[in-house]
Design a protein around this ligand. Structure first.
Ligand code: GLY
Length: 375
């Protein structure tokens, strides 16, 4: 059994140095060896991952109470604020970008101005809802182009907590109703009978009806892209926490059971569960996200101790492997997880990705009781 507190302490020690070196920047991945790049310039600020660095800083502030983390989190989120006025960048990933920055700020410091930014983001996300099909549109196309007008993706389950938060903050049930409607549609069209998840579903942009599955970032249609499975696992678990709908819990359990059946023993996680056996490519970000999902589900199911213990043990097994095989705690190096992948068919394999580090840190801090709940 690992000493999770010791691992948490190593992460915090390292991140103090990483935050100092990356002052006023928003990392995505490394470009030079062990050095993060910066996505805060105007041509990159709309990127979907730009909330995770703020999330790391807010988690560090919650865990340590050190003002430097709070000050830096506030500084970088003001860069992200410009995205609110950029229609082309405001896609469904408002949850990732604004829950982990402005809403985190509101939750941890009570900053009402930041809550207002969160409401603007939630309102935009709610506006992406297709009222006939009852799903949330994922991405944007240039004006006059409708290529992705009917596309929804499983990742969106992780953006729904922004809507639940808005309903709670405003005492206005409409946002939560949209979140629950999207989750019901996702349960029907994204989650297969065996508990695996599709990445992209194309719906008819006019009628809203189901057209077909697309392979997306996984190996192809019908396969199981691991990060998509992880988004589904954590997303449905969080959705149940907010909605209390037993159907969302049943879906989360099915996804978790399928995940546990397929997760490899003693080695890093593949990018797609269906990829050929061999040396990768790997995706440690998916392992970190799924660990958070399993920890969440274990907590939600405390009264069913057999199931709860099984989910927690699976999360601990994955985190233990990440600690042993992949995590870099050297304070001179910016990244923690080294073996993440953007997708199966692209070239960005076995690299650091800021969301891998965010979810690894969140999972470890959850095990030590030091995490802030930001979802
Ligand atoms: N589309 C978000 C992701 O790469 O997981």
């Amino acid at each position: 059994m690992k000493n999770w507190q010791e691992i948490a302490d190593r992460i915090i020690r390292k991140e103090r140095e990483t935050a100092r070196r990356n002052r006023d920047r928003i990392p995505y991945t490394t470009e030079a060896p062990h050095r993060f790049n910066d996505y805060s310039a105007p041509d990159r600020i709309g990127w979907w991952t730009n909330g995770f660095w703020g999330g790391i800083l807010w988690q560090l502030y919650a865990a340590t109470g050190e003002d430097t983390f709070r000050d830096e989190a506030v500084r970088v989120q003001h860069r992200v604020e410009s995205v609110l006025l950029d229609a082309g960048s405001m896609d469904h990933d408002s949850g990732f970008r604004f829950l982990l920055t402005f809403v985190a700020d509101y939750r941890l410091t009570g900053n009402a101005d930041s809550a207002g930014k969160g409401i603007l983001a939630a309102t935009n996300l709610a506006g992406r809802f297709h009222p006939k099909g009852r799903w949330i549109r994922a991405w944007n196309d240039p004006p006059g182009n409708d290529r992705t007008a009917g596309w929804a993706i499983i990742d969106c389950m992780m953006n729904l907590p922004l809507l639940f938060w808005a309903s709670e903050y405003l005492a206005d049930p409409r946002f939560a109703q949209i979140a629950m409607a999207h989750a019901d549609t996702a349960g029907r069209y994204f989650i297969r009978e065996d508990g695996s998840a599709r990445h992209i579903v194309a719906f008819d942009p006019v009628t809203g009806g189901f057209l077909r599955e697309l392979g997306g970032q996984g190996m192809g249609e019908g396969t199981s892209w691991t990060r998509g499975q992880a988004w589904a696992l954590y997303g449905f678990s969080l959705c149940y926490r907010h909605s209390g709908d037993p159907a969302h819990l049943e879906t989360a359990k099915r996804i978790a059971d399928r995940w546990i059946d397929r997760m490899p023993e003693g080695k890093l996680l593949p990018v797609d569960f269906d990829q050929p056996e061999g040396d990768g490519p790997y995706d440690s970000s998916a392992a970190a996200i799924a660990s958070c999902g399993l920890i969440e589900l274990a907590e939600l199911l405390k009264e069913d101790s057999v199931r709860s213990d099984r989910y927690l043990a699976a999360a601990e097994a994955m985190l233990s492997l990440l600690d042993t095989l992949d995590a870099d705690y050297d304070p001179e190096h910016d990244e923690i997880l080294r073996s993440c992948s953007v997708d199966y068919h692209g070239e960005a394999h076995n690299i650091p990705l800021v969301y891998g580090d965010y979810f690894y840190m969140e999972a470890i801090l959850r095990l030590t009781g030091q995490a802030a709940f930001l979802w």
